[in-house]
Ligand binder design. Structure first.
Ligand code: AMP
Length: 217
């Protein structure tokens, strides 16, 4: 099953993707996570993308497509994948369609998590993440059991550098300008489903399962 999770920053894509990868046994492929990993390793790619990521802008399409194509060509993606944060522009969506059709594959479903801008800002500013395992928390509605520490491995929770107020505004603007048009793109392909992302985490998961269970093999 090949799936894209669409949604504004803060709409819960990462949190839902963690659950979906377990339920459907397909890898969660997040371009944001790949970029953050490369930046922390100070690799060539990391050095090329760090300014874009830090400022809340988009990494150029060509580089992003190159990196994702390499990732999707790995064997664990052969039976399906769950994309989070890619595509983010119509050009990236077209490149993805081209990449898949070369391998005689296609996208099965695109799930768009809908959320108001005010709710997205609120969520992003209270989001915290474990630097060791990547688990995501939210101080408002999904806090860790012990303040400041990851439930899974005790890592000291931190805030993403791009979750600061000015950068949040920029990322939402970029989403509205460049990523929102993907809704129409995938509606035109007849594979778009929308889910209200403003519900609790479990309710949102249930709504996504309803969409995706029919593609389960
Ligand atoms: P995310 O974790 O999805 O919020 O992504 C964090 C940052 O990584 C974004 O603000 C962009 O700077 C960069 N990024 C992630 N995915 C893409 C993409 N598909 N195209 C361009 N830049 C991206």
């Amino acid at each position: 099953m090949n799936v894209v999770l669409l949604g504004a920053p803060g709409s819960g894509k990462g949190t839902q993707a963690e659950r979906l990868q377990k339920r459907y046994g397909i890898p969660h492929v997040s371009t944001g996570a790949i970029f953050r990993d490369e930046i922390s390793k100070k690799s060539d790619v990391g050095l090329r993308v760090q300014e874009y990521v830090k400022s809340g802008g988009l990494v150029p399409d060509e580089l992003t497509v190159e990196i994702i194509s390499r990732r999707l060509a790995q064997s664990d993606c052969a039976a399906g994948f769950l994309l989070d944060g890619f595509p983010r522009t119509v050009a990236q969506a077209e490149a993805l369609d081209g990449f898949l059709s070369k391998g005689k594959k296609e996208m099965d479903a695109v799930v768009s998590l809908e959320l108001s801008e005010a709710a997205a800002v609120k969520r992003l500013s209270s989001r915290r993440q474990c630097p060791k395992c990547g688990k995501i928390y939210n101080l408002a509605f999904q806090p860790p059991k012990q303040e400041g520490l990851c439930d899974a491995d005790g890592g000291a929770l931190g805030q993403r550098e791009d979750d600061k107020p000015e950068t949040i505004r920029k990322r939402l603007m970029v989403f509205n300008d460049l990523t929102q048009p993907l809704i129409a793109y995938y509606r035109g392909e007849g594979i778009l489903s929308t889910v209200n992302g403003d519900e609790g985490v479990d309710a949102v998961s249930r709504a996504i399962y309803e969409v995706l269970d029919r593609f389960k093999k």
